[in-house]
Design a protein. Structure first.
Length: 225
């Protein structure tokens, strides 16, 4: 029979939250054996003295975790939310366009954005803005008085990836905007009007650097609604 001492011994083992490594670390053979008196004992069922350590990886917070691409605004319309904003349908090299909502009405006339080549952050989690599903974020540069969209170099095509030399990691999926806000303290337009991350230019392959039209020595920002 199963003795009280055996039950007391087995309960904590059965209650463990075991993963594959933990199971492998326990001697399972023999799990139980019958004693001569007919009772069952737990000889051979011995938890490992050390649990297998789970591998923990942490990725650095740097530009390589962003999926930033060249885009082209295919359609744009003005809408009224808390204030006036634009809803843009932007081609970023995929089969369908992405919807982006930008609070740029007070800074850039709509006609200046129509069919314009821009820079889009593509791997933020989709956000619901009123009846719209925002699937990207337009990157701009500026301050409280003037804002310009970042400009890819001539010859760029929708979908071209924006990179920074020396940062070769893999872009995440579904980043929060808080991640971009944390990273953006190191995004800056230098004295030559070149967009940089920690002093190194953003570039579209071998086609050239990302720049602004006129602004220099200003922050890279988003004007997402």
């Amino acid at each position: 029979m199963l003795t009280l001492s055996n039950i007391i011994y087995l309960i904590p083992i059965l209650m463990l939250d075991l993963d594959d490594n933990d199971v492998a670390a326990i001697k399972l053979t023999p799990v139980m054996r019958g004693d001569s008196d007919g009772s069952v004992t737990s000889a051979g069922l011995q938890p490992s003295t050390t649990k297998a350590k789970r591998k923990v990886t942490s990725k650095p917070i740097d530009f390589s975790r962003l999926d930033v691409r060249v885009g082209r605004i295919r359609t744009i319309q003005e809408i009224v939310l808390a204030n006036s904003s634009y809803v843009e349908e932007i081609d970023v090299g995929e089969k369908i366009t992405r919807t982006v909502v930008s609070a740029l009405v007070d800074y850039i006339p709509m006609e200046e954005l129509e069919n314009r080549t821009v820079v889009v952050l593509c791997n933020l989690r989709p956000r619901k803005i009123k009846t719209y599903r925002a699937e990207g974020m337009l990157l701009c540069a500026g301050n409280e008085s003037k804002i310009e969209v970042l400009e890819p170099p001539p010859g760029s095509s929708p979908g071209d990836k924006i990179t920074v030399a020396g940062y070769n990691g893999t872009a995440d999926k579904g980043l929060s905007k808080i991640f971009f806000d944390t990273l953006s303290v190191d995004l800056w337009v230098d004295g030559n009007g070149v967009a940089c991350y920690k002093g190194t230019p953003l570039q579209a392959g071998d086609k050239g650097f990302i720049k602004t039209e006129t602004l220099k020595n200003v922050s890279i920002i988003s004007k997402e609604k």
